[in-house]
Design a protein around this ligand. Structure first.
Ligand SMILES: NC(=O)c1ccc[n+]([C@@H]2O[C@H](COP(=O)([O-])OP(=O)(O)OC[C@H]3O[C@@H](n4cnc5c(N)ncnc54)[C@H](O)[C@@H]3O)[C@@H](O)[C@H]2O)c1
Length: 263
């Protein structure tokens, strides 16, 4: 085991710890001397389905049983369970539910995993229902109009709403004012089971690679590369970065948006 300033001796909650980016982050943190309380559907310290209220409660109750925590990493996501329920409402419930425990740390940090899918245009009604915390309305809108999500569906909507939630919450008294850094990491295509539907089919892979180029690092990226970034953002050494949606995507976002933010 190595010793790393800002990480060693801290306690992290990682959702989605059983696979892909969450598993890579868990391994990196443990290697650097942190304690990780993993949460996933199976194969984790806390088994909970974050797409439903009972699972979200089980996470918070379970973590409370472990005592003090220093960081919350809301990584769980993808398409195994309801798209909006898991990727937006589950992630926000993780962060909000654990925030009071987190606030007791001397260096509290939170990171949520978004996606380059958040860049796709999304149905504003559904994004607004997410940000209002109205899960029933958001899900009902999407069920009534499955095309509303466009190319990236409910997944892209959920991640877009998540980006906006981070931007709104990070500077508030509850987060930044309480000394808690809150950031999102938005990966491009990364080699995990969640991306198998893209990577296993040559035609889909070619189409995605052409429409969402990753000129730096290659296609797909590796989960360990995302884990490094999450690890730093969630460490005590991050003293000044909050409210950011950081695209770890080999350049996809830069290619798509260009210099528009700065015009
Ligand atoms: N792999 C990619 O290309 C990619 C790209 C952009 C964003 N992401 C995001 O990265 C995060 C991690 O995904 P990954 O690529 O490592 O995929 P993955 O499938 O390897 O891991 C996701 C983990 O989340 C868990 N999970 C899913 N639904 C859950 C639920 N309802 N309750 C509890 N746990 C649940 C799964 O069981 C799994 O272990 C997700 O938020 C995903 O949306 C992935």
């Amino acid at each position: 085991m190595s010793s790393y300033t800002g990480v060693t001796g801290r306690t992290y909650v990682v959702t989605g710890s059983a696979s892909g980016i969450g598993a890579a982050t868990t391994a990196l943190l443990r290697d650097r001397g942190a304690t990780v309380i993993g949460c996933d559907l199976d194969d984790a310290e806390i088994r909970a389905d974050l797409s439903v209220a009972a699972g979200r409660r089980a996470l918070v109750d379970g973590v409370r049983g472990y005592g003090a925590i220093d960081a919350v990493l809301a990584v769980a996501g993808g398409g195994r369970t309801g798209l909006l329920e898991t990727n937006y409402f589950g992630a926000v419930a993780t962060l909000e539910g654990l925030r009071p425990l987190l606030a007791q740390s001397p260096a509290p940090r939170a990171v949520v995993v978004s996606s380059t899918s958040s860049l796709a245009p999304a149905d504003e009604r559904i994004v607004a229902a997410c940000l209002d915390g109205d899960e029933a309305a958001a899900v009902a809108h999407l069920e009534a109009d499955p095309e509303a999500g466009g190319r990236t569906g409910g997944y892209g909507i959920a991640k877009r709403a998540l980006n906006r939630w981070v931007r709104r919450m990070a500077p508030t008294a509850e987060w930044g004012g309480a000394g808690i850094a809150l950031n999102a990491v938005a990966p491009g295509v990364v080699d995990t089971p969640a991306a198998a539907w893209i990577l296993a089919d040559d035609e889909v892979r070619r189409t995605v690679e052409e429409s969402s180029p990753q000129p730096f690092g290659g296609f797909p990226g590796r989960p360990e590369w995302i884990a490094e970034l999450i690890c730093w953002l969630a460490g005590a050494d991050n003293r000044f970065v909050t409210g950011q949606i950081i695209f770890a995507d080999g350049g996809t976002e830069a290619a798509a948006i260009g210099d528009r933010h700065w015009l």
